[in-house]
Design a protein around this ligand. Sequence first.
Ligand code: PEP
Length: 256
Amino acid sequence: MKKFLIIANWKLNGNFNFIDKNINLIKEKINNSLYFCNLSIAPPYVYLNYINNLLKKTSISLTAQNVDIHIKGSFTGEISIKMLKDVGVKYVIIGHSERRLFHNENNNFVSKKFFLIKKYGLIPILCLGETEEQKKNNQAEKIVIKQINDIIENNNIDILNKIIIAYEPVWAIGSGKNANIDEIQKIVLFIKNYLISLNTKIVENIYFIYGGSVNNSNIDIFFKKNIINGFLIGKASLEAEKFISLIKKTKKYLVN
Ligand code: PEP
């Protein structure tokens, strides 16, 4: 069975006080009982190295919220995959709807990042999902398949080996309105079946996680069906006590 994965996406939040408080609490309260899941923290870039040092001797890993499509050169303000590797990053989030929306990142651009992440041996967390409008027009399946196809077409199907696909309906992110388990199941199964039709083995090595307003009050619904291998969590990862309680609730479902 795949080990459950929880990624805390801090987005544009945090400072040294916040980090010390949050990481210390997590280490103190749950580090020793994290055998049931892989926990990873995605802070803003500038804190990656500092947090990497705090996380030494723990099982908690580091995730980057983004990466550039270049390795080095005159690209002011950008950070390369090699730099992320240097500071101990394991996973890299790409295709997040906030980057698609606020930074005009399209599927083609995301596929270039995907290729580099794989080339340098890190693990992409490929975010995909439909907007509210697309959902209303019954286009969710079409949209997620297009998001995947553009990766495959620019590379090839084997590039999907050992990756994470985060189904994140855009309307659910930061809105307090989570997708229900049937909606998640419908899309995840649709993606799985599509991938199986291309390569029978590939899905065995893909993690399917869900993101979009997961919190302490709705966490139970995601375990009503055995469909996802983890969560990408934004807002609810920003308060250490609540985040720890969410991880403990998750444990209840995973450890009998
Ligand atoms: C996200 O930004 O990936 C996310 C899931 O955010 P939130 O949990 O706040 O909806």
